[in-house]
Design a binder for this molecule. Structure first.
Ligand code: AMP
Length: 216
């Protein structure tokens, strides 16, 4: 089973994908994490992607699609993936169907975590991320400034700076309509409200994935 998690930056996709991926036995593939990994290794792809990421802009489709196609062709993805942050454009959504078809698979469903912009802005302004395991946390829920899982000093992502967040949300709203239409038109779109506790949202997303699994 391959599932796409959709939602604005800061909608909680990453948190949900990490928890649910483990629970459902699906590999969590996050395009932003893959780009940040390349950026950290200073690969050519990382340098190219970094120039877009610092501005909060999308990396061009051809580069992004190639990176995801390569990741999905790896052996550990064969048992099913939970995609987080990809697709973000209509071209990427079409490319995902095509690349999975080549592998004899399908994108079984897409779950949209729907969060109002005002809530997103509050969440992102307090977001800290572990540079080692990439787990996101919110300042207000932490006792200190280190990762509870591995002790690394938490950081604020450069693109979480307030002046970048507005632009990222603007791009999200510009691009997401056709992506939603792509999945809605083929009966694969499931929407869940993204406000509430992590556990409540997790239960809603898990319910949507259950419906996808049962073909409802
Ligand atoms: P994220 O961690 O998902 O917020 O992604 C961080 C940044 O990586 C984005 O602001 C984009 O610059 C880039 N990025 C991640 N996923 C994609 C994608 N599917 N298409 C284009 N750019 C992406």
């Amino acid at each position: 089973m391959n599932i796409v998690l959709l939602g604005a930056p800061g909608s909680g996709k990453g948190t949900q994908a990490k928890a649910l991926g483990q629970r459902l036995g699906l590999l969590h593939v996050a395009s932003g994490d893959l780009f940040r990994h390349h950026l950290g290794l200073k690969t050519l792809l990382g340098e190219l992607a970094g120039s877009y990421m610092v501005r909060g802009e999308l990396v061009p489709d051809d580069v992004t699609i190639r990176m995801i196609a390569e990741r999905l062709a790896e052996a550990d993805a064969a048992g099913g993936v939970l995609l987080d942050g990809f697709p973000r454009t209509a071209a990427q959504a079409a490319a995902l169907d095509a690349m999975l078809a080549v592998l004899g698979q399908t994108a079984d469903g897409a779950v949209l975590i729907d969060v109002p912009d005002a809530v997103i802005i509050t969440r992102i302004s307090g977001r800290l991320v572990c540079p080692t395991c990439q787990t996101p946390y919110h300042r207000s829920l932490l006792a200190g400034d280190t990762c509870p899982a591995d002790g690394a000093l938490l950081e604020r992502r450069a693109d979480d700076a307030p002046e970048k967040v507005g632009r990222r949300l603007e791009i999200y709203h510009e691009q997401i309509g056709p992506v939603l239409s792509h999945y809605r038109a083929t009966g694969r779109l499931h929407e869940v409200p993204g406000e509430g506790s992590v556990a409540e949202i997790s239960a809603a997303v898990a319910g949507a994935i259950d419906r996808i699994r049962q073909g409802r």
